[in-house]
Design a protein around this ligand. Sequence first.
Ligand code: GDP
Ligand code: IMO
Ligand code: MG
Length: 435
Amino acid sequence: MPGTCVIGLQWGDEAKGKIVDLLTAGRRYVVRYQGGANAGHTVKVGNEVYKLSLLPSGVLTPGVTCLITGGVVLNPAKALEEVDELAGRGIQLDGDSLKISDRVHVILPWHFAEDKVLDSSTGGENIGTTQRGIGPCYRDKVARSHAIRLGDMYRPDFAERIKHITEAKNRVLAAMVTDGDFEPLDADAIYKQYSDYAERLKPYVDDTTEILLSSLEKGEHVIFEGAQGSLLDVDHGTYPYVTSSNSSGVGISNGSGVPGKYLDRVLGVVKAYSTRVGGGPFPTELDNETGQYLRDRGNEYGTVTRRPRRCGWLDAVAIRYTARLGGVDGLCVMLMDVLSGLDEIKICTAYEIDGKRTTVYPSHVDDLRRVTPVYESVPGWKEEIDQVKSYDELPAAAHAYLDRIAELIGCPVDVVSVGPGREQTIVINESLTRC
Ligand code: GDP
Ligand code: IMO
Ligand code: MG
């Protein structure tokens, strides 16, 4: 299994970080290939809790090298802050344990300013971005003229490029910002600040495409760590209420530079229910006591922005779609412990739209807004399960729920998680931890 991929199948925060951490031992590389510091992956190791935004969750396992590849948008200050924070906690990252592609696009001060304005300019509901400059940076990447890649920061014309782009951005921002508080950006100050970042990042900069291809050609084992979730994919998610990268399975090759033939196992991570942060339709949302029950028990507050996450029942129509889109081989069903205490648990098995029943996920957000979920109800279980160590010890109602999920999605359940800790994990498919 040279290439194992871990992707979220909902709207993010499915606990991908925990699964990556669990599978890292014995692998050569762990790769972050898209997104940026909009991600927040929380990993609990013993009594220690780590919150990672840009660095792959593999950093917590000694002996593995972590790679940030070209599909990522890099906030240099945030990357360095995470490196420093880990160093303060005894995890030293040097140029052997962390490598950042010179192809990553760099987030610059104007991207934050643009994010603020654009987020509320849809003409309808706000996207509710994380305000980390993600969308504007990807936009400049695709538009090319005003983009800066990490490798550009070490070239003789870096100061000139910053000056040229800052002048252009100041003109655009002056027109965009209408609430009167626009302060023109200072090219010299930006150049100085980003030159400092470049100097500090220098030991980590490398050609990660070459490193990965050579490694996979030798048959070494690599984990690809997705950020966000498949329903936030810019091409295949609930557009425009999405992020700006390919966060479903289709993004692994373009973000990492690794062809599909090496990606031989895809794990789809799902919560045992649904959550969403930010705007956009959410057919199974529970804006009621049950939703609050899930939020309280699951501590459903964003890692990056601390916003309360919207909570709802599991949507098997959506997950079946994203599992097929990502070529998922097996499911990791996370936060099962949160469901304890409910009398009944509902699963959305189909949608009704215009009087017709369908299991096809709508391609337009307006249609998704109009669907009525068709629910199937299964009995809940009363007992707490956070100390359960094996599949057989789970209550019969939990078995029935998991079986039904596997049946509806069309994939086996490989892992069940009953708490944030490494030890609170039931690995059903033991081949996953062998490499
Ligand atoms: P990611 O972005 O997909 O890595 O997910 P997040 O880290 O943003 O959110 C998942 C949260 O759930 C984190 O706070 C984890 O520590 C926590 N978590 C992971 N697995 C479980 C579980 O099985 N039960 C509970 N109660 N919490 C979990
Ligand atoms: P992880 O990796 C949950 C959401 C934002 C917003 C939309 C666009 O922790 O699962 P952006 O800042 O990317 O332009 O925001 O996407 N979003 C996430 N939601 N988990 C994430 O990452 C997210 N990253 C972005 O809330 O709705
Ligand atoms: Mg998260």
